[in-house]
Design a binder for this molecule. Structure first.
Ligand code: GLV
Length: 335
């Protein structure tokens, strides 16, 4: 494919197997930096000197300062669906196209959210620790009693592709499904699911699973006053973004037994985790791996790479999160 930019330079930040970058390597010179932990703004600026396209895996903060200090940068193709770490307003102002990877990780993330729900309700992680620490003496009728999932009520917050994939799994468990859409236009569904307000969802759900993006509106959506409304048997699952939950309030709510437990794949200040959570048996923890299967990570990388190839060849990719920047982006390609 012919691209509109001479000798584009692509910088892949994060560890990505080489074969997954085969297509992008045909049209651009690709530099890789397998660092995935947080880089400071200055480090990011240093790495992005002379780079046209950044393909970051999840972690780095692409702040207004980074954007303003990298005048050559034209595109950020996130190898992730969430793009809360990219300052979209600053990127748009600077004529930088931002894309993400929607649609290829929904089922994988929904599997994991359901896995956390099963692990929390049926105490699977705790059971594993119990065996490994040599405590298993034989079958006991009261050993590690959990709670049933089938026929219970699940409340899904955020009813986009991933939330609906969780709802499909909940149908198989004969659950009553309540949901709160995080965006208008998401209330249409063929699934046997009831749209409700947040208050109803909090008060009636036995399980709550979060699937909304992190925005100003969803930051600390679940905090002290929301925990006060939960059923004491409720189990909260978060595979969305850590800061949707006020993590300090979560610890207090767990200590006060306002909920029975939780399964967390994401954390407010990850990789740091509020210390008390590490001590609680009724908390199942995972290191942000909901989309981490070989198949899905390969598809995410391919989609990000296809988006870059399309954009550099002059076609607006469907994955653009700020499509309004397109005319400016095109001008920047040819200037
Ligand atoms: C993972 O958290 C993603 O946003 O893709």
């Amino acid at each position: 494919m012919e691209v509109l930019l001479a000798n584009p330079k692509v910088f892949v930040l994060g560890s990505v197997p080489k074969p997954w970058l085969a297509d992008i390597s045909q049209i651009a010179s690709v530099e890789e930096e397998p660092v995935e932990l947080s880089l400071s703004a200055d480090e990011m600026i240093g790495k992005l000197k002379g780079i046209d396209v950044l393909m970051p895996t999840l972690v780095p903060q692409i702040s207004a300062r980074v954007i303003e200090s990298c005048p050559q940068l034209k595109m950020v193709a996130n190898i992730a669906v969430g793009y809360d770490k990219v300052d979209i307003v600053a990127a748009t102002k600077a004529g930088i196209l931002v894309t993400n990877t929607p649609g290829v990780l929904d089922e994988t993330c929904a599997d994991f959210a359901f896995g956390l729900m099963l692990a929390s309700a049926r105490r699977i992680a705790e059971a594993d620790r119990f065996i490994r620490s040599g405590q298993f003496e034989g079958w006991k009728s009261q050993l590690l009693l959990g709670q049933d999932i089938y026929k219970k009520t699940i409340g899904i917050i955020g009813f986009g592709r991933i939330g609906q994939a969780v709802a499909r799994r909940a149908c198989g468990f004969d659950m009553r499904i309540l949901y709160l859409a995080h965006r208008k236009g998401m209330t249409q569904t063929d699934l046997p699911a009831e749209p409700v307000d947040l208050d109803t969802l909090l008060r009636q759900s036995d399980f709550i699973s979060l699937h909304c993006p992190l925005t100003k509106e969803t930051h600390h959506l679940i905090g002290e006053s929301q925990f006060a409304k939960l059923k004491p048997n409720c189990i909260l699952i978060n595979t969305a973004r850590g800061a949707v939950i006020d993590e300090k309030a979560l610890v207090k709510a767990l200590q006060a037994k306002q909920l029975a437990g939780c399964g967390l794949d994401v954390f407010e200040n990850e990789p740091a985790i509020t210390a008390e959570l590490l001590q609680m048996e009724n908390v199942v923890l995972a290191p942000h791996v909901a989309s981490a299967t070989m198949e899905t990570r390969a598809k995410m990388t391919q989609l990000a790479s296809d988006s870059v190839i399309q954009a550099l060849a002059g076609t607006l990719p469907k994955t653009a999160v700020n499509p309004e920047v397109w005319p400016t982006f095109l001008k920047r390609l040819s200037s």
